[in-house]
Structure formats: structure tokens, C-alpha cells
Write a protein that binds this ligand. Structure first.
Ligand code: ZN
Length: 250
């Protein structure tokens, strides 16, 4: 611990986990200013939690999350098989399965938070402008376990990134997700049809630019924010900087 704790609080949650929280004073470590020209765009996804404009700032989808999803599915199946108890108290087996489900969910949430913190810290430290897809969880009726887990992970990580960014005095911009996957990050031409979820490569019909679908979206998100906008709709193609071109007024 960074200093002698002044107090400690012991708590126990409904799952029987014990926690000890200590109160300590420590020096605030200000995050050093980033190069004013440094910028990053972030696109959220299921296959990779976050895809950044540069690969080294990607947040991969970790294996433990998959394991958790499998474990959770198993526990939920057991729960469904046990008697839920309408009119009579829930059976012992049901209650045991329910506790198991809650434990797995809690573990997954804790790991997401941990991964998200270190990733968000690295992203915020290195960039002055952080442009983020304004993701809203998509709990659709057809959503799979993997998608639900990804939604939860993204929500946690996004909150962490926005909070850290603002605390560090970075410029944080939320960009509306509409058209980000169907717009070319190089010439800003928009495809007539959205890409199917199974199509992983973006190909521009106007300029021939080809890129990984999520990487292209991250670059579009950044380009929108760099022009002072919050949606692809607000940027006209003429505003967009051609590769190797000069400065463009926003
Ligand atoms: Zn293009």
C-alpha cells in the first residue's frame, strides 16, 4: 500500500465473497500532456472489443471472456432444468445454480474492468484527441451469449475510457455509429449498401481502398472528430483530406 491506511471496511456480498477496503492517502499522479497532434479513433465490436486506428492500441477479445460465456451458459442451462418453484419455494438445486450464474457473471465483470482499466490508461496517455464510437448496447431478442458478453464488456471499457480521458483533460469526442462501417476512410465515399456482419474487409468502389472493416471504421470515426463533427452525416466528401493533401479547414 502507498501509505498507512487510516481505516478499513469489511463487507460481504450476496455471493459470500468478502471484501476489505482500505482508506489511504496518496499523491495524485497527473497524466502528462500528450502530443497535441496525437489522435486515436475507436470502433467497438464483438470479435475484438476495441479496434483502434493503430493496431497496437486494439483491445482484443480475451479468451477468459469466452470461457466465462461457456461457463455461464452451462450454469444457466442447469438453472433452467431445476425447479424454479411457482407457488412453492425454489428447489435447492435451482438456488445453487442461480448462485453459480451470479458468480460467473461477477467474475467476468471483474476481469473486464481490469482489462479495460489498463487499456484505457494506455490509450489516454498516448493521445490528445480520443474519438470513440458512441456505442449503445444492442440487447436484441436474437442476441447470442457472446454478443451479450461483448455488450457488457464494451459498456465497461467505454465508460472507463471516457472518464479517464476527461479526467486527464483530453479531447474526447463521441461519434454517432451511423455509416461508419460503410464509409471509406480514405475518400469518404459511402457505399450504397451496408456491409454484412460476415464481411470482414471493406472495399471502396470509388477509390479502390481496401482495409479491415473495423480498422476502416475506426479511421472514419477519427476523421469525423478531427473535422470537428460528431457524425459521418456532418462531413461532406469535399471536406475530407485526400492522402498526401494539404490542410483542410473545418
Ligand atoms: Zn474510397
Amino acid at each position: 500500500m502507498p501509505a498507512e491506511p487510516s481505516s478499513v471496511r469489511i463487507t460481504r456480498d450476496c455471493l459470500g465473497h468478502w471484501y476489505a477496503s482500505f482508506v489511504v492517502t496518496r499523491e495524485a499522479e497527473p497524466i502528462p500532456a500528450a502530443d497535441p497532434g496525437s489522435a486515436v479513433g475507436i470502433d467497438w465490436g464483438v470479435a475484438r472489443t476495441a479496434t483502434a486506428t493503430e493496431e497496437r492500441f486494439d483491445l482484443p477479445h480475451h479468451g477468459h471472456r469466452k470461457r466465462c460465456a461457456a461457463e455461464l451458459a452451462r450454469a444457466q442451462r442447469t438453472m433452467a432444468r431445476r425447479r424454479r418453484g411457482t407457488g412453492h419455494p425454489p428447489s435447492k438445486g435451482y438456488r445453487r445454480a442461480r448462485t453459480r450464474v451470479a458468480k460467473v457473471q461477477k467474475k467476468a465483470a471483474r476481469q473486464n474492468r481490469h482489462d479495460g482499466r489498463s487499456w484505457a490508461r494506455a490509450v489516454v496517455e498516448a493521445h490528445h484527441l480520443v474519438a470513440v464510437e458512441d456505442f449503445r448496447p444492442r440487447f436484441l431478442s436474437r442476441s447470442t451469449m457472446a454478443r451479450t458478453a461483448a455488450d457488457a464488456a464494451i459498456a465497461t471499457v467505454k465508460r472507463e475510457l471516457l472518464e479517464r480521458g476527461r479526467r486527464a483533460g483530453r479531447k474526447v469526442v463521441s461519434v454517432r455509429p451511423a455509416y461508419t462501417t460503410m464509409t471509406c476512410s480514405r475518400c469518404f465515399a459511402r457505399a450504397k449498401q451496408p456491409l454484412g456482419l460476415e464481411e470482414r474487409i471493406f472495399r471502396c468502389r470509388a477509390c479502390g481502398h481496401t482495409a479491415c472493416r473495423d480498422r476502416n471504421a475506426a479511421r472514419v470515426i477519427l476523421a469525423v472528430a478531427e473535422r470537428g463533427h460528431t457524425g459521418v452525416d456532418d462531413v461532406s466528401q469535399a471536406d475530407h483530406l485526400p492522402p498526401g493533401g494539404g490542410a483542410v479547414a473545418v
